[in-house]
Design a protein around this ligand. Structure first.
Ligand code: SF4
Ligand code: SF4
Length: 375
């Protein structure tokens, strides 16, 4: 049977309106009782990239988190929030993002993901030995709460990508290294992880999303939508439809569909996709062209056929968070400035993702610029 993805309009973060829209989005796909039973421990996994105020659209909005906590509690579930942000603690990020205040007001604890364990069942196709956080395994139900944002490496971060935060702290860097320069391989990491975690419900905060230089420094854009589904992969496919881009342009979709996942099909319920299409959404620039080239061609043309991170010196505050997070240690910094080793750089764009000042932008190589040129 085709998997349902509900689409509900919501143009404001007014708490009552958000709660109403959340209820409708869940009712359209079976109702909360089909996901949560009385006494269930329910993990809520928002996007907590780093601590910014809600209007920056970096994190899942507190009104969405609050509404979901209320719905879970009414159903008799026991919610808790967990994530492994890039640099700061989950507590710090939730404080800055306005989530801690709403969680505290409803008695919902916030858990740091710092207890890596190997799940007993290994379902991934290629990567079978993930370490995820113990709290993820201890939850009876996982509710995934992504934010609709662009992503320099993966094009968009939506339902499937948001689950990467279930990998605790520094172990995320290891997976970036395993994916290396191959975006398709990194997409496989994400798809394998999705199969391991299997959230029961995914609710996408698309009331205000982020376009352009996402996922940390793009521009907020009102989209006016909440989407919900049992399957984040299907939800991601519907987002592509709404944006008018091919489902395969999102590498996680392509990898998953190639290996036969999501074969039962997807059906939108609630608003008709054609009635709520998003036009003029700024995607990140094309990042690379060398995915399928053999190594001996790829290497000499690496800089021409891929994009690279560059620093805007006048914006950089020399906090060195980018240096700390860089998986292959391709970025060095001192009190005077930063220096990239582009030979070592695997183009994961973790540095751009984590920079709290938006000081790292993505520059296309000349080969990419040529093909991206508008006729
Ligand atoms: S580029 Fe950003 S993260 Fe890196 S040192 Fe400068 S301000 Fe910090
Ligand atoms: S310099 Fe930036 S893009 Fe390059 S490997 Fe390091 S974190 Fe990734």
């Amino acid at each position: 049977m085709a998997v349902q993805v509900s689409i509900v309009k919501c143009s404001t973060y007014d708490e009552n309106e958000v709660l109403k829209a959340l209820r409708r989005s869940i009712d359209l796909i079976g109702g909360v009782d089909s996901f949560v039973k009385r006494g269930n421990r329910v993990l809520l996994k928002p996007n907590l990239l780093y601590g910014k105020s809600p209007e920056k659209a970096v994190t899942t909005h507190p009104a969405v988190v609050k509404g979901v906590i209320q719905i879970i509690q009414e159903a008799g579930g026991i919610p808790f929030i967990g994530d492994s942000p890039g640099i700061e603690s989950a507590k710090r990020v939730t404080e800055k993002a306005g989530i801690k205040a709403v969680a505290d007001s409803l008695g919902c604890p916030i858990v740091e993901f710092n207890r890596p364990v190997s799940p007993p069942e290994r379902k991934g196709k290629v990567f079978k030995s993930f370490e995820i956080d113990q709290s993820v395994l201890e939850a009876d139900v996982i509710i995934n709460l992504p934010k609709w944002k662009t992503h320099a490496q993966m094009l968009l971060t939506l339902g499937v990508k948001n689950l990467f935060g279930c990998v605790p702290g520094t172990r995320k860097a290891l997976w970036h290294l395993k994916g290396g320069e191959d975006a398709k391989l990194f997409a496989q990491v994400l798809v394998d992880l999705y199969q391991v975690i299997q959230p029961s419900l995914t609710i996408l905060d698309g009331i205000v999303g982020m376009e352009g230089n996402g996922p940390g420094s793009g521009d907020p854009i009102p989209l006016g939508l909440i989407l919900a589904s049992r399957d984040p992969l299907c939800l991601d496919q519907i987002v592509c439809d709404l944006l008018g881009i091919s489902r395969n342009s999102l590498m996680t979709n392509r990898v998953a569909l190639e290996q036969g996942l999501g074969r039962n099909g997807v059906v939108a319920v609630g608003e008709k996709p054609e009635d709520v299409k998003i036009t003029d959404f700024k995607l990140p620039n094309l990042q690379r062209l060398d995915w399928y080239l053999p190594g001996f061609v790829k290497k000499p043309f690496k800089n021409a056929l891929s994009s690279k991170p560059v620093i805007q010196k006048e914006v950089c505050q020399l906090c060195h968070q980018c240096v700390e997070i860089c998986p292959p240690k391709a970025l060095k910094g001192d009190k005077k400035g930063l220096e990239f080793d582009y030979g070592k750089c695997i183009r994961c764009f973790c540095c751009q993702e984590i920079c709290p000042e938006g000081a790292i932008t993505i520059q296309q190589g000349w080969g990419l610029k040529l093909v991206s040129r508008k006729p």
